[in-house]
Design a protein around this ligand. Structure first.
Ligand code: NAP
Length: 346
């Protein structure tokens, strides 16, 4: 395809980036790929599965022109400029590195690795290959998070002292990757990573130490209930995440003079407006909270468009591999604390 799109931030004309997808993942087929397909800077050109029949069916259902029966075949396609990787977590580093070395830019699903050491290896791969590598924390592209961050930075709630985050769902399907320890399942890798990522965004600095309490599923071995505490130096994140609790998500940011509440912080719907609340605390029943509504946006679409634009123009991205390594350092410390039952330095 040779059409080009206007970059909304400049008058420059940008040619769409040709993307390939590794794996016919449920989430990708249902959510992220239809969002990415909306372009205009992102063109889905190929999809690979370990099973060619599955690849063809998935590509056909989404109108993707090429299907491959192995990930390597897609990486050998010189037409593909960038790959999106929605594989199980234990395969993220391996295929991100292989894709970059095959000359492709990489947007890989979260968490990008199972440890900071493995994530840091991708920083080296990025330097070695000159290809951009990013972790798909789409929330950073949603205007509700950009607004919350701007309010914190401009002092609208005074000094930020505490972030409280909850994220849970109920899933006991033994075949689901979230319930398989050997492929990087568990609550902290799957959803606790959002609390870590967004608290780092709001505080604008790294936490110094971490403490956690973990309950593991006796059958799966995965952490099914994880509650953590991060010390940001005189300010805290407290969070609970669970794969076996009622579906819920909420973030509260408490400052010395006000509070920001994000109603649907992580899975912001792509078909309804989102709301966040700014409260000066003058009533305790939240009636003093002022509501800000955001027009309907699709955060997955915003993310892929930003990455395509970054590939063409060299523009900065919110979810760089360097930011990802910082997240994995915190997750490492939390898992160490689960073992030591003590504070762990980050
Ligand atoms: N950002 C978000 O909002 C969000 C939401 C959900 C999930 N995710 C992330 O997306 C990734 C995929 O999640 P999902 O729920 O879509 O998983 P999924 O449905 O199980 O898909 C994973 C795909 O990986 C491929 N695969 C390769 N080796 C595999 C192995 N050993 N075991 C299982 N699958 C293997 C399979 O594709 P083929 O058989 O076609 O090769 C499979 O369809 C995870 O990293 C998850 O954290 C992100």
């Amino acid at each position: 395809m040779s059409t080009s799109a206007q970059d909304p931030k400049s008058s420059e004309s940008i040619t769409p980036v040709r993307w390939g997808v590794l794996g016919a993942s449920n989430f990708a087929l249902k959510v992220s790929l239809p969002s990415m397909w909306r372009g205009p800077l992102t063109q889905l050109a190929a999809l690979a599965s370990r099973d060619i029949g599955k690849a063809r069916a998935a590509a056909e259902s989404l109108g993707i022109p090429k299907a491959y029966g192995s990930y390597d075949e897609l990486l050998d396609d010189p037409e593909i400029e960038a790959v999106y990787i929605p594989l199980p977590n234990h395969l993220h580093v391996k295929w991100s590195a292989r894709a970059a070395r095959a000359g492709k830019h990489v947007l890989c699903e979260k968490p990008i690795a199972l440890s900071a050491k493995d994530a840091a290896a991708l920083v080296d791969v990025q330097h070695e290959t000159g290809k951009r590598i990013a972790e798909a924390f789409m929330v950073r592209y949603h205007p509700q998070w950009q607004q919350a961050r701007d309010w914190v930075r401009s002092g609208r709630i005074g000094e930020l002292v505490s972030v409280q985050a909850a994220f849970s769902y109920f899933n006991r399907d033994a075949t689901n990757i979230r319930n398989r320890e050997q492929v990087g399942g568990g609550a902290l890798y799957d959803i606790g990573c959002y609390a870590v990522n967004t608290s780092r965004l709001l505080f604008g600095r790294e936490p110094v130490r971490a403490m956690v309490l973990v309950e593991r599923d006796p059958e799966f071995g995965t952490d099914r209930l994880t509650s953590g505490l991060l010390d940001y130096g005189g300010a805290h994140l407290t969070f609970t995440c669970s794969t076996q609790a009622v579906a819920y998500q909420r973030v509260n940011a408490l400052g010395t003079k006000g509070r920001i509440e994000i109603e649907i912080p992580f899975n912001a719907p792509a078909d309804r407006p989102c709301k966040i609340f700014l409260d000066d605390g003058s009533t305790l029943n939240c009636s003093s909270a002022k509501v800000t509504s955001f027009p309907v946006v699709d955060q997955y679409h915003l993310q892929s468009e930003a990455f395509s634009r970054a590939i063409r123009t060299g523009s900065p991205i919110e979810n760089s591999i360097e930011v990802a390594v910082g997240n994995m350092r915190v997750i490492d410390a939390l898992f160490r604390s689960a073992e030591s039952r003590r504070w762990e330095k980050i």
